[in-house]
Design a protein around this ligand. Structure first.
Ligand code: ZN
Length: 427
């Protein structure tokens, strides 16, 4: 069994405790010992890494990840990519996120039915090293909902599956079960960039949502929803959707419902998208007027108010910002941690917990992932400097000196080796 000894690290263990100096021993894929009594661990024969001046923390969990999103401007363009090229781009994205310290990806939707599933299977089979993954279905929507990119006069591929009425929903959801998804994604509300279904509109009916939940839960899978309108949040809580994204227009009633059921639900703001639109729109050739007129600019302010409330009410919130569009490049994902501190009122420790411990809970692995604790899985990072004093350090991959996934070194701080340069096969 392989043994790795990390000595003299500043440990952020994600339990909520302040960072402390410790030595950590990893055996196989598990954390064997965390010793605050420095020098007390017997580590003869172990591979030794000196972590002086570095923060040891759990690998991060991307709670709203889209490894199948390839830097397109609009989601409709995802339908134009042939499946063969799309799979390769997806695999590249999972490895890019590993480089940036994300050792788990909770997929929020796959652009094609089998892309996330096949990528997850290949990682689990050891065909290549990648993050842990829960694979999502494509976005399931209704005619005229977010993701219905069809046109009356011409055939057009998109990134969504269409289901109208509970019986069509049953069939589409069962198809996703057959193909092996972990997360069933439904688009319950519209969005402000969709001309015919704005964020305040809720096209998916209670009966359709209930059917998706019935099928998904029967197969032991999670339900995840795109929900911006207050009405969509209420319908999702009532139906038992596990992870409800955005929720920015939540009113008092929606927040109360979420709070009363907080042990059942996760939420995620996907705030990176709104931040980049507000602060980096000029790079994209967008005007401020477009953002204001479309409602996207208002969504930023509304999100800030809503997530102050989510934090105050103790609702479980995960990071993940809809990265993967041209204006939200993959690799920026850790920006969300700084956003939580700057815009939602989280302390740095709380925001880092959203990126680790809460994310592990979302992955369904809270008892063995997302914390630096004896017996937990060895998904670990070494960050150059004090990552709690400056959470912004995590935004730059050069600051992430070590990435360990399931006990294996992907990035080695002693040799500055990134395994991206090596062949695809795992060792
Ligand atoms: Zn998304």
């Amino acid at each position: 069994m392989s043994r790795t000894f990390i000595r003299n690290a500043q440990v952020f263990d994600a339990t909520g405790a302040a960072p402390y100096p410790a030595d950590v021993l990893i055996e196989g894929n598990r954390i064997r010992a965390v010793a605050t009594d420095l020098g007390s661990i017997e580590a003869i024969g172990a591979d030794v890494i000196d972590a002086t001046g570095m923060t040891l923390m759990p690998g991060m969990v991307e709670g709203h990840s889209h490894p199948t999103f390839t830097g397109v401007n609009m989601p409709a363009e995802l339908g134009d990519i042939p499946p063969e090229e799309h799979l390769i781009l997806t695999i590249k994205n999972t490895r890019l996120m590993l480089d940036h310290g994300f050792t788990s990806l909770f997929e929020a939707a796959s652009a094609k039915l089998r892309l996330g599933v096949v990528t997850r299977n290949a990682i689990n089979a050891g065909d290549f090293i990648g993050p842990r993954m829960r694979a999502a279905s494509p976005e399931i929507t209704t005619t005229a909902g977010l993701g219905d990119e069809r046109r009356a006069h011409i055939y057009r591929e998109s990134f969504a599956l269409i289901a109208d009425g509970p019986e069509e929903m049953r069939k589409v959801a069962r198809l996703c079960m057959r193909e092996g998804v972990d997360n069933l994604k439904i688009n319950v509300s519209g969005d402000d960039f969709v001309t015919h279904a704005k964020a305040s509109v809720t096209p998916m009916s209670r009966a359709e949502i209930a059917m998706a939940v019935e099928v998904g839960h029967e197969f032991g899978k999670m339900l995840v929803a795109h929900s911006r309108s207050a009405e969509s949040v209420k319908r999702c809580v009532e139906a038992g959707v596990d992870c409800i994204y955005h929720c920015d227009q939540s009113d008092e009633e929606a927040l109360d419902l979420l709070e009363r059921n907080k042990h059942k639900h996760f939420v995620g703001p996907a705030f990176g998208l709104l931040y980049n639109l507000r602060y980096e729109h000029e790079k994209l050739g967008m005007t401020k007027e477009f953002l204001v007129d479309s409602g996207l600019d208002r969504a930023f302010d509304v999100s800030c108010e809503t997530y102050h409330e989510m934090r105050r009410r103790g609702i479980r919130v995960v990071i993940g910002g809809d990265y993967g569009f041209a204006f939200t490049p993959q690799g920026q994902n850790a920006r969300d941690i700084s956003h939580f501190v700057r815009f939602f009122g989280y302390s740095p420790i709380e925001a880092l917990q959203c990126a680790t411990k809460v994310g592990a809970d979302l992955m369904g692995m809270k008892d063995e992932l997302g914390q630096v604790r004896e017996g937990f899985l060895a998904d670990l990072l070494l960050v150059r400097g004090d990552a709690v004093a400056d959470v912004g350090l995590l935004e730059h991959k050069d600051n992430i000196a070590m990435v360990m996934t399931d006990g294996r070194l992907w990035k080695d701080p002693r040799r500055n080796i990134v395994r991206e340069a090596l062949p695809l096969a795992a060792e």
